[in-house]
Write a protein that binds this ligand. Structure first.
Ligand code: 26Q
Length: 846
């Protein structure tokens, strides 16, 4: 290993023991100036808030580092059981305001900056989003590690340090154009590179049986191309509790030995090219795109993450226990965020056997340390890798997978003797023209826990997609309904509402969201309702101002209109088209006259389409075209607007959340595993219009039927309809729908672009439309009418809004993580040495 030079055998305690950093205003001012002038080399002539933001972040980071070190030591001293969250995505967004909140210094620092003539908001919004994820799954990982730190659980997040995150979305002529997101252009002040913990990752080569010193046969993986995995650590602070956990992201770097031979042979260009191949591994985040399935680079990324993280954990283990792995499963546990890192199952087998363990010993450890979370039921999204590709790239792992499968199939055939059809269905290796590894099957076979992310989703896994496995191992299956962190998604993003809540019920809700229930009686308090309404209205105004500042629109938004919002990835199953059909219907009503009694509405739709997903891109174009026609028609003035919000991302949601009245959660029942945007909006007092899908079901249960606008077919009804679905007949029977379809088909929204929406129109009119958009139109329009009736009664609406927030307690990731811990991880909370925070100062002990 090229890392020895970094190892200090005996640390000098004077180097690493520093006096505590103070949290007073002047301390921040001093440190800020120090960093701004002496580290970043700027002066008062530099007007860029970016560098001021960096200087402040460094001052904040110093304070996190102290607690980080103490937390680290606490875990080490207690030799506790630890958890590891393996995820290809951590959609962290911005760090500064969250770090200030969790350190408890927001007010002090705001004041300090103000004294310097600096608006803190400017610094906060100059930070780049760490967009290292696609959407729900990546943001869930980020919320999870926040909750782990807040619950003081010893959990490390392991992921990849992509040089380019989720692309930036621009809109040109109504169409999405992707721009690379080079978020690391200026580096990141939050991360610390730790070369000394690098690991070597193997690719390619071949396997060979060799005889070791003790005369035993060993399967060896040789003649590989190696790549170095270098960790970058980011602190993850708990909420005002002294704990700072770690997010460790791996960067791929060419190894020195890797280039050496070619350099010596004089083939300079080859050597440099090889370096680029190696470093490509963590260059870019893959968009969630069925068309990207099966790409070799993606498999390299997955193995790179799995191998680096497992080697890290094992090296730490052997440092403490040598090659004695007898207590490993008792002390360590891995949560796999979907199948993306599930090659870890085969990799752990390999690493343990290379340490001298037998197959049976290694297998007992593996299947007692791995836990798998599924996030999708869509068959096209289930990962499969061609056996040929695995043999080429990871030959040793493919051997291990074949062996796991052979042993597993024996177990199946003992359970269901003679049931060959079942063997075929359950096999980890799918037979056919091209053999493929079914990663979900590998994940289920190799783990002790399999969970879905909402109650309905888990039921559908058990009774549908994974029913064979459920029949074999019912005890492995469990549900963990998703959540979101209330620190970012209420306390930080909506300070006005948060203050009102705290003033009313105290501040315990920040770490115990069920406290919000205490708001319930205030729904009947007229004065409270008035304040709630004013806060909501001010948030809507801020959203308008923000959009105007961004030059998004010159049009007049009516702040008293219903702010009707659908923000999420663009996908057919999420049915943004259904939303557009409704908008066209409203437009049609206005044009026909007689709309005066209806409530005005501003419809906002935002989200990215995977670059290779043609239909999704067409949906964006449709939204923009329909918006353009509607917004420029004087008849809609103050009554109806439709706007596409470009470049939707974590920091955009933080701005949007507070100003939403109506939350659109309108996926085809049975298709959205959970959804988490639905939870963020509910927490901020939006009311949901939704189908009985994913976590919507549980949201409605908590909010009460009367505080939720339900519509649409149930999952069972959707399935029963397949094969007999007849959208044309539905259109013919519904005059409103006919008129909507007529406007669309006549080219009203694409006068100079003939035919561009034909494929979209055809897809929803097809008997085979899997998303059954047309089937839910009538019921959606009716539900939207109920929305308007409720909205026109301001008191009623505000009551509903308060009750939604008051009943959102279940949807905190603190609850979700407590359940993961109770049922799967079984970790003991660890109180770090400095534990309690009071008035900006730590108090020792708990
Ligand atoms: C697959 C192959 C190749 C490249 C990329 C991918 C890929 C990447 C990301 C596939 C899927 C994803 C992300 C999926 C995702 O975000 N799923 C969502 O997870 C949320 C958290 O559980 C749920 O709330 C959503 O319902 C679910 O859609």
């Amino acid at each position: 290993m090229p890392t020895n030079e970094f190892v200090i055998s005996k640390p000098k305690s004077s180097i690493i023991t520093l006096p505590g950093l103070d949290m007073k205003k002047h301390d921040f001012i001093d440190d800020f100036k120090q960093y701004y002038v002496h580290l970043l080399g700027r002066d008062e002539n530099c007007q860029s808030p970016f560098y001021a933001g960096e200087a402040l972040s460094l001052a904040i980071r110093d304070r996190l580092l102290e607690r980080w070190k103490v937390t680290h030591q606490t875990y080490k001293d207690s030799d506790c059981r630890r958890g590891f969250y393996l995820s290809m995505e951590f959609l962290m967004g911005r760090t500064l305001s969250n770090a200030m909140l969790n350190l408890g210094v927001t007010d002090t620092v705001t004041q300090a900056m103000y004294d310097l003539g600096i608006e803190i908001e400017e610094l906060i919004s100059s930070e780049y989003d760490a967009g290292l994820g696609n959407g729900g799954l990546g943001r869930l990982a980020a919320c999870f590690i926040d909750s782990c730190a807040t619950l003081q659980l010893p959990v490390i997040g392991y992921g990849l340090r992509y040089e380019y995150g989720m692309f930036t979305q621009t809109i040109v002529n109504g169409e999405q154009v992707e721009k690379p997101d080079h978020w690391l252009r200026h580096g990141s002040v939050w991360e610390i590179e730790r070369l000394e913990y690098s690991h070597c990752i193997k690719f390619g080569g071949h396997t060979e049986i060799q005889i070791d010193e003790s005369g035993e046969e060993r399967n060896c993986w040789i003649a590989t191309c190696n790549v170095l995995a270098v960790p970058f650590d980011t602190p993850v602070p708990g909420y005002q509790n002294g704990t700072v956990n770690t997010l460790r992201l791996w960067k791929a770097v060419a190894t020195e030995e890797f280039n050496l031979d070619e350099f010596n042979a004089g083939d300079y260009a080859e050597a440099v090219a090889a370096k680029i191949t190696a470093e490509n591994i963590t260059m870019v985040l893959y968009p969630n795109d069925a068309n990207e399935n099966g790409k070799e680079l993606r498999l390299r990324q997955q193995y790179f993450l799995a191998s680096a993280s497992l080697q890290d954990v094992i090296l730490h283990w052997t440092g403490l226990h040598g090659n004695d792995f007898s207590r490993f499963a008792e002390k360590r546990c891995f949560q796999l965020n979907d199948t993306h890192p599930s090659i870890a199952i085969a990799e752990l087998m390999r690493l343990l056997m290379d340490k001298g363990l037998t197959w049976n010993e290694a297998w007992a450890i593996t299947k007692n340390t791995m836990a798998y979370t599924n996030h999708t039921l869509l068959p096209e999204a289930l990962e499969k890798w061609p056996v040929k590709l695995m043999q080429k790239l990871l030959p040793r792992l493919m051997e291990i997978i074949f062996e796991i499968n052979a042993r597993f199939l024996i177990e199946v055939s003992m359970h269901w003797p003679g049931d060959n059809e079942r063997l075929r269905r359950m096999s980890i290796v799918e037979e056919g023209e091209e053999q493929q590894v079914r990663m979900a099957h590998l994940a289920i076979v190799g783990s002790f826990s399999v969970n879905g992310v909402a109650r309905l989703h888990t039921e559908l896994l058990q009774n549908g997609l994974f029913s064979d496995f459920y029949a074999l191992w019912p005890h492995k299956f469990n549900n963990k309904t998703n959540g979101v962190t209330p620190r970012r998604w209420l306390a930080a993003c909506n300070p006005e509402l948060a203050s009102l809540i705290t003033e009313t019920i105290g501040d315990r809700w920040v770490t115990d969201l069920t406290q919000l229930k205490k708001l319930e009686p205030y729904a009947e308090d007229a004065q409270f309702r008035q304040r709630w309404h004013e806060i909501k209205r001010a948030a809507k105004q801020r959203l308008i101002d923000y959009k105007a500042r961004k030059g998004d629109t010159g049009m007049q938004f009516n702040v008293d209109a219903i702010f009707d919002v659908q923000v999420k990835r663009i996908h057919e199953y999420k049915r943004q088209i259904l939303n557009v059909l409704h908008v066209i219907h409203l437009y049609n009503c206005i044009k026909k006259g007689g709309n005066d009694s209806r409530a005005p509405r501003v419809v906002l739709i935002g989200g990215k389409a995977a670059p290779g997903y043609r239909m999704a891109k067409k949906i964006i174009k449709l939204i923009n075209n329909v918006g353009q026609i509607i917004n420029s028609d004087p008849e809609t003035d103050k009554k109806l607007a439709l706007l596409f919000l470009k470049d939707y991302r974590v920091s955009a949601m933080e701005r949007i959340c507070p100003g939403v009245d109506l939350s659109e959660q309108i996926s085809t029942a049975g298709k959205e595993a959970s959804g988490t945007g639905n939870m963020k909006l509910m927490m901020n007092g939006a009311i949901t219009i939704g189908t009985l899908d994913g976590a919507n079901i549980e949201i409605r249960e908590e909010a009460g039927d009367e505080n939720f606008f339900l519509f649409g077919l149930t999952e069972a009804e959707v399935e029963a309809k397949r094969g007999r679905y007849d959208p044309i007949a539905i259109i013919n029977q519904d005059e409103d729908l006919q008129q909507v379809m007529h406007l669309l088909e006549s080219g009203y929204f694409n006068q100079f672009e003939p035919g561009i929406f034909d494929d979209l129109i055809q897809s929803i009119k097809s008997r085979h439309d899997p998303w059954m958009t047309i089937a839910d139109f009538r019921s959606f329009v009716d539900a939207q009418k109920r929305v308007e009736d409720a909205y026109r009664d301001k008191d009623k609406w505000t009551r509903m809004s308060i009750l939604n927030c008051a009943n959102s307690g279940k949807f905190s990731t603190d609850r979700t993580i407590s359940e993961y811990n109770r049922d799967i991880w079984k970790l003991e909370p660890q109180v770090a040495g400095l534990s309690r925070f009071s008035n900006g100062k730590y108090v020792s002990g708990s």
